[in-house]
Design a protein around this ligand. Structure first.
Ligand SMILES: O=C(O)COP(=O)(O)O
Ligand SMILES: [Mg+2]
Length: 249
């Protein structure tokens, strides 16, 4: 029996060129347990991906600012405060980036995404002054409420759906996945993960992007069990035989 999954999108289900990897459409449509897409992207993106996978729209978007399951959508965060941060950031010479009018924030409901070309120090200073925080996902700086996270959203979603969070296997690549890793029963950081994700994960994979994710999913499918899925070395440095999927700790 495969476990339920909570999967990040950018950097985890994608290629290094930021495209959704074809294996997502080979493996996930028939996964015989819940699949939760948990992303920093705006709400429509995981909904569309779930739809085109032929799966239920059970998604976490905007770093936990949106929790959506069939028929129930919950929002968290303070978008007005986030936009106040942006207004002051622009007044003080900051730039949202993205080359002007884009869809990056068009459907975002609870936070604001700023290009990683922006003045990070100024953005962080102003966000703190407004009681907000900045999360760097490697794809964008997200100005968001500090008490909003993917992990907190997973707990809400599990409560709503009657799932046990400890049954979930989580895979991700950046600091916005660390809270998910702390809630899920088992967690994997792909090789391209940032230090925060690597530190929070139970296992760090030697393969990056969807190569790493697929190595875990394929192991779970053949019934290696969660203890022997890719990333078999426990963080406690047990002397399991090195697995080709596991980075040297
Ligand atoms: O949109 C981002 O900045 C990151 O998205 P992700 O959480 O799916 O990696
Ligand atoms: Mg990611």
């Amino acid at each position: 029996m495969v476990p339920p999954l909570v999967l990040d999108i950018d950097g985890t289900l994608t290629t290094p060129e930021h495209r959704v990897d074809r294996r997502v459409f080979e493996i996930l449509p028939n996964w015989e347990a819940p699949v939760v897409l948990a992303t920093g992207k705006a709400f429509p993106y995981p909904v569309a991906l779930a739809h085109f996978l032929g799966r239920s729209e059970t998604v976490i978007a905007e770093n936990g600012g949106v929790v959506h399951t069939e028929g129930n959508t919950e929002f968290a965060g303070d978008p007005d405060a986030c936009w106040d941060v942006i207004e002051e950031f622009l007044e003080r010479g900051g730039d949202l980036g993205w080359g002007g009018r884009t869809t990056v924030n068009r459907w975002r409901e609870t936070e604001v995404a700023v290009s990683t070309d922006a003045d990070e120090e100024l953005l962080r200073e102003i966000a703190a002054d407004h009681g907000q925080t900045v999360v760097d996902t490697g794809y964008a700086y997200h100005v968001k409420s500090p008490d909003v996270s993917k992990g907190a959203a997973l707990e809400i979603l599990c409560e709503t759906c009657g799932y046990d969070p400890d049954r979930f296997v989580a895979i991700g690549d950046s600091e916005n996945d660390a809270s998910t890793f702390r809630v899920a029963g088992e967690s994997y950081a792909v090789a391209n993960a940032d230090p925060a994700a690597r530190e929070a994960a139970d296992h760090v994979l030697s393969a990056g992007y969807m190569d790493g994710t697929a190595s875990v999913l394929e192991r779970l499918l053949v019934g290696d069990g969660r203890d022997n899925a890719a990333g078999v070395n426990e963080r406690d440095g047990s002397d399991d035989a090195d697995d080709e999927d596991v980075a040297d700790e």
